[in-house]
Design a protein around this ligand. Structure first.
Ligand code: DQA
Length: 150
């Protein structure tokens, strides 16, 4: 069965209580349940979160080495982490899908959020649909993996 890594960057472990007006009231366990039910038998979903840039990079190496598609919410790293961008490029240059997601629409928020250093190396970007951003990304990844030679 296809495995999909759903990687979440800093402060996303606080979903549920963090700025609910922006990010809603659901937490990462809710996200796990939503994605597991959306994926059904099509994929195993591994949802992880870290505040540590090095750990996120290590997970992208893991995805590259094991050829596992990635749904990535880089959180604030989106806007300035060239190290994370370079690690994300390893994934997509290996022909493995990596979809960048955001719960909010960063383009409708503060100016510093308008720049993503990740988007240029991502397969695609989905933002602004709350937790549905992840569901839409899952759909995209499943379509891409169905099209991908084994
Ligand atoms: C976010 C948007 C980022 O600007 C912010 O730093 C986050 C969450 C989102 O999912 O909307 O932590 O990636």
């Amino acid at each position: 069965m296809t495995r999909i890594l759903v990687l979440n960057g800093p402060n996303l472990g606080r979903l549920g209580s963090r700025e609910p007006d922006v990010y809603g009231t659901a937490n990462l366990d809710d996200l796990r349940a939503i994605l597991a039910s959306s994926a059904g038998d099509a994929a195993t979903i591994d949802v992880r979160q870290t505040n540590d840039e090095a750990e996120l990079i290590a997970w992208l190496y893991e995805a590259t080495d094991a050829s596992v598609p990635v749904i990535l919410n880089p959180a604030a790293f989106t806007h300035y982490s060239y190290a994370l961008r370079d690690a994300a490029a390893l994934v997509t240059k290996a022909g493995i899908p990596l979809v960048e997601v955001h719960i909010s629409n960063p383009h409708s928020r503060e100016t510093f959020r308008h720049t993503s250093v990740i988007s240029g190396v991502a397969t695609g970007v989905i933002a602004g649909f709350g937790f549905d951003s992840y569901r839409l990304a899952l759909d995209a990844v499943l379509r891409l993996t169905a099209a991908r030679p084994a």
